[in-house]
Write a protein that binds this ligand. Sequence first.
Ligand SMILES: [Zn+2]
Ligand SMILES: [Zn+2]
Length: 322
Amino acid sequence: MVFTFFLVLLGACQSSTPQHSISTSQIQEPTRTYATQHVILVVIDGVRYQDSWGDSTLANVPRMARELVPQGAFHPQFFNQGETLTTAGHVALTTGHHQKIENDGTEIPDFPSVFHYYRQFTGAPASKAWIITSKDKLEVLARTSSTEAAAAFAPSVNCGVNGLNTGYRPDTTTLRVAKQVLARHQPKLMLINLREPDTEAHEGDWNGYLKAIQQSDRLVADFWKWLQKQPRFQRNTTLLVTNDHGRHTGRRFKNHGDNCEGCRHISLLALGPDVKPGTVATRARSQADVAATMAELLGFPIPQRDGEPMTELFQQHALTGE
Ligand SMILES: [Zn+2]
Ligand SMILES: [Zn+2]
């Protein structure tokens, strides 16, 4: 029956004019309305909102506040809605799902990440998607226990001193590596983790924690400046700057991991050619929306994600026909 129908269809095609036959032009391409060609996600580890953007003097994020916010979109109501730990926060950002996951790099994310889906749907090689982190344990972000085909499309990694179980490295090293990788491979998608605010806080060193936030502020502001000087990345790169989690409210800044406001409340800053400059977002958003937003900008789908693209941060461009 099916076979007969197929023969009839085939006969109809053969006897008809060429425009009735199936051609590649009938396969729907996603309608690209964004100028973004590269997306870089910077995650500053363990910064509490009240010690950064929530402090009215902005004393610890002066460069980002002065140089980046006027050209970017800032999100004051941005939250970690899952486990307020490093690995879980990063997994929510990269997969769009909240997963209770071991925090020491011994457990693999259940769902494929935005990096896996990017490679799966575009056919891009691993050199076009990178996870570059100061914390070695975050190498697990490149993996997934999903049985889906997406698991075969792992991104490239450069994590910690020399990969999983080799220890943490300085944030300045991580950023230097990120620039080298950008220059060499021109990746489309990248995650960078800066860990020093979290480490200093865990040591109970309040001044060290604040200095580490200030260093992150400098590193991100200088990184954005650098990107705008690179012919391959200027005016076509979206930078998202956020956190994996905050820290306990009040004087308990040393640790984190529960549901308190200090642990949950983080921030998001977006910069790039599609961002509406000077936007201050009003709708509350969470980490689960980040993967969907990265995919939206680059025009590929993330099946089964919990989050939604943060389109309120972006302006739509007319199609240029390029
Ligand atoms: Zn921590
Ligand atoms: Zn807490």
